[in-house]
Design a protein around this ligand. Structure first.
Ligand code: FAD
Ligand code: FES
Length: 355
């Protein structure tokens, strides 16, 4: 064994793997094909929380934001940030639901770029003709950039219609990747257009639709609509029967960028309801829209969440509000699924081995 490597045993499964001292434990586990819970990979969302049974870890900086001092004292660690300083024994949950999809690294070309809102671009990706990306509704992919950088985007197309992979990309001011989709160069990198070649890795994540008959609340913040569009199309187009109330929180009406399409779905599917909630509505918009924060609108309409299943995707602040508030309204922790659109600081990542 190389001196800078340690062995990790994941309990209760007893699986072991090797990790380099400078490598996040989560990354090593995913590369080894262990599907551990995670979402933001930046230490914010707490999805990758696990218990350190033996051994010593360190974080590259201070205690990550997604871990309280009390949790740290009780032996909890965040696997996406933790680096091993010795051999470790860690107790973590393995996710079986997405074990049946293969994580692939693939080249693809941009086949379409269509503005959906002033700062949101629909990006269509075409894979080589012999390749297909199998995924579950709700999952995301990483765009791989030079220098080991990667950027995560949810897949908006449903699994049954994946000839072109649809993404909804919000322009981040000064963003090294997203600005290039809006015609700007970034450093030495040229703008991206139709025909540009990208490399992607996916599908990733446990934010996936689960079959069931309970009423489902789908809650999107901004481009959090993307994975929920995949879920909605999957449910509506494959004939799944269940009540769904879809809430879309955005700043203004223009940010509810596919409202017309959603309203069309509502007309055709009597078991689907839709509510847009605007947080920065103009006076004219406020006259005919719900205003406020989307999670508050959900709780005002559904103060008792005991019977529901909740799928939430979008900015970290919205996800935090849902995670903190909804259990107090009776939602069992096991029925809250979420994807936090956090962003990870750039770290050079070695190429992953397919799971
Ligand atoms: C699981 C997951 C799924 C995601 N899905 C989507 C999606 O479907 N659509 C989508 O638009 N985004 C999504 N995101 C967020 C997206 O990955 C980032 O916005 C993107 O990586 C920004 O890349 P960039 O190179 O343009 O910006 P960078 O060059 O990485 O960042 C430029 C600056 O902006 C800040 N920044 C970066 N991203 C954000 C952000 N989202 N909000 C606020 N500040 C930011 C950085 O800290 C930095 O200061 C997702 C994130 C995760 C973790
Ligand atoms: S805190 Fe580790 S994946 Fe979000």
């Amino acid at each position: 064994m190389s001196p800078t490597e340690h062995s990790i045993r994941i309990e209760p499964h007893g699986r072991t793997l090797q990790v380099r001292e400078d490598q996040p434990v989560l990354e090593a586990a995913l590369s080894a094909g262990l599907n551990l819970p995670h979402s933001c990979k930046s230490g914010h969302c707490s999805s990758c929380r696990a218990r350190l049974i033996a051994g010593e870890i360190r974080y590259p900086g201070p205690r990550p934001a997604g871990l309280s001092a009390e949790e740290e004292r009780s032996g909890q660690i965040l696997l996406c940030q933790a680096r091993a300083r010795s051999d470790l024994i860690v107790e973590a949950r393995l996710i079986a639901a997405v074990a049946d999809v293969e994580i692939k690294t693939l080249p693809c070309r941009i086949a379409g770029l269509t503005p959906l809102a002033p700062d949101v671009m629909q990006v269509l990706l075409r894979l080589p003709s012999v390749e297909r990306l199998r995924f579950h509704a709700g999952q995301y992919l990483d765009v791989l950039l030079p220098g080991g950088k990667r950027r995560s985007f949810s897949i908006a197309s449903p699994p049954h219609d994946s000839e072109l992979i649809e993404l909804h990309v919000r322009r981040v001011s000064g963003g090294g990747f997203t600005e290039r989709l809006f015609g700007a160069a970034s450093g030495s990198e040229a703008p991206l257009g139709v025909g540009s070649l990208l490399r992607i890795e996916g599908p990733i994540g446990q934010f996936t639709y689960r079959d069931g008959h309970r009423p489902a609340l789908l809650i999107a913040g901004g481009t959090g609509f993307a994975p929920l569009k995949s879920i909605l199309r999957h449910v509506l187009e494959t004939g799944v029967e269940r009540d769904i109330h879809f809430y879309w929180g955005a700043r203004q009406e223009q940010d509810v960028y596919e409202q017309a399409r959603v309203l069309e779905w509502v007309q055709r599917h009597p078991r689907l309801c839709f509510t847009a909630v605007l947080s920065e509505a103009t006076a004219a918009e406020a006259a005919h829209h719900r205003v406020g924060f989307v999670h508050e609108a959900v709780l005002a309409d559904h103060p008792d969440l005991r019977e529901f299943e909740v799928y939430a995707a979008g900015p970290p602040a919205m996800i935090e509000a849902v995670r903190a508030g909804f259990p107090r309204h009776g939602l069992p922790a096991g029925r809250l699924y979420f994807d936090s659109f956090d962003y990870a600081p750039d770290v050079a990542m070695p190429p992953k081995v397919s799971a």
